[in-house]
Design a protein around this ligand. Structure first.
Ligand SMILES: Cc1cc2nc3c(=O)[nH]c(=O)nc-3n(C[C@H](O)[C@H](O)[C@H](O)COP(=O)(O)OP(=O)(O)OC[C@H]3O[C@@H](n4cnc5c(N)ncnc54)[C@H](O)[C@@H]3O)c2cc1C
Length: 404
């Protein structure tokens, strides 16, 4: 094979991937596994090679695993595959006419094919005093900082009851800390999983001793040597040793501001991941895909990121797309139980409870009598039987049979 793959989209030449996370790392691997033997450079601002980020808020925070245990590729693996890995190097811009990526060190990295995979960064609350007592959690470094801080703490306030907030609350509670979980919605994880599943998750937290504060809004957050004070809109003040902010994320697109690429809460791409510049692609959490009906969709989940990486590699190498139907999938692990979701909630969706047991449930969501999402707890491997029905928008009666 020639060093430069000839594909349906032209020659790939020098492939540069910015972002050494799930999507970037997987894409580099998938190119090599797909037979591409041209130059591939993976450029990441973290110090570690790609790792299993979802485990940060679960087993790494709980000290069950260390960062070295969750690497997806070691530096040796990358070198053996002739993937040039540039760790600790931040891309600061793209010079499109010259086809180079500018970096924080001043080095310019030339490309023929550029893949943007810079993920997201946690949102912070206004002027929140991030530091020893107030944390966010997205990277290995942030996880180890929080873990160390938790070691010397008795109490933690978690602001935000989405995935990351819920997981941190559960991990800290399992470590024996007093935990307050501040939720802007009535129930934890309600925005992602709907009110019925959310109520079950709030109950799970409460049964384990987490104090959930529903429908609460933080108006002030202060920290000093003594601890943290979180003031809520209703005037209540929560004092604790530490706080974690888990109120969602923003796509990491600041470095692309003067690139001329279309950026609207993510890098706008087509169904394959291509931007308006035929040499530049975007995958993973940072990518906002334009659907056939003109709407756009961006997801922040592991499986989507890796599937987009695989899909793009296949496309660039001129291979057939995967026959597996594309549907959003996500999971979370709380107190040793797995909660999974396929599809996504749409406004006005109707809930249908298909299984309701103490530590297991299945709830489906329909719009116009067509299934758009399923959430379940405690059924693990059996869950994937719902993939095709969700992807094809089956009727609820078909799902009832599958759930039985
Ligand atoms: C604590 C935590 C727990 C999670 N748990 C789950 C879960 O249970 N289930 C689930 O489905 N998903 C989970 N996720 C989400 C999942 O990890 C992401 O969807 C996935 O990592 C997205 O992959 P990505 O490659 O798009 O982005 P990332 O994995 O975030 O990788 C992006 C990389 O790009 C780097 N980068 C950013 N800007 C630059 C730049 N300018 N130059 C160079 N490098 C840059 C970043 O530092 C990062 O290393 C979790 C996320 C977190 C943070």
């Amino acid at each position: 094979m020639s060093a430069v793959a000839e594909t349906g989209v032209g020659e790939l030449g020098r492939v540069v991937i910015v972002g050494g996370g799930a999507a970037g790392g997987r894409f580099a691997d998938a190119l090599r596994l797909g037979g591409y033997d041209g130059p591939v450079t993976l450029l990441g601002d973290e110090l570690h090679p790609p790792y299993h980020r979802p485990l940060l808020s679960k087993e790494v925070l709980s000290s069950v695993r260390e960062i070295d245990d969750i690497l997806l590729n070691s530096e040796e693996d990358l070198a053996a595959r002739e993937i040039v890995f540039r760790a600790g190097l931040r891309a600061t811009g793209i010079d499109r006419p010259r086809q180079v990526v500018r970096t924080s060190s001043g080095v310019q990295v030339p490309y023929d094919t550029l893949v943007i995979a810079t993920g997201v960064r946690p949102r912070v609350l206004g002027s929140a005093p991030l530091g020893a007592r107030v944390h966010t959690l997205h990277t290995s470094v942030e996880c180890l900082d929080l873990r160390e801080a938790l070691d010397g703490a008795r109490s933690l306030t978690v602001i935000g009851s989405g995935f990351i907030g819920s997981e941190i609350a559960a991990s800290a509670r399992e470590l024996g800390r007093d935990v307050e979980l501040i939720s802007s919605t009535r129930f934890a994880l309600q925005n992602a999983m709907g009110p019925w599943a959310g109520a079950r998750i709030s109950r799970l937290h409460e049964e384990r001793g987490v104090r959930v504060r529903p429908l609460s809004r933080v108006v002030d957050l202060e920290a000093d040597d003594e601890g943290v004070r979180v003031e809520l809109a209703d005037g209540q003040v929560i004092a604790s040793d530490l706080a974690v902010i888990g109120v969602g994320s923003n796509p990491t697109t600041g470095w692309l501001e003067d690139s001329g690429l279309e950026i609207i809460d993510g890098v706008i791409v087509d169904a394959h991941g291509r931007t308006a510049d035929s040499r530049i692609w975007a995958i993973g959490d940072v990518a906002r895909r334009r659907e056939a009906d003109g709407s756009t969709h961006r997801v922040e989940h592991w499986t989507s990121a890796t599937e987009q990486a695989d899909g793009l590699a296949r496309h660039l190498l001129g291979k057939r797309p995967s026959p597996i139907p594309r549907v959003d999938y996500l999971w979370t692990d709380l107190y040793g139980t797995k909660i999974q979701m396929l599809g996504h909630l749409r406004p006005g969706a109707t809930e249908h409870v298909l299984l309701d047991e103490k530590s297991r449930f299945i709830v489906a969501y329909t719009v116009d009598d067509r299934v758009v999402g399923v959430v379940a707890q405690g059924i693990a491997g059996r869950f994937m039987r719902f993939r095709v029905p969700v992807a094809s928008g089956s009727r609820i009666a078909d799902l009832r049979e599958l759930a039985a």
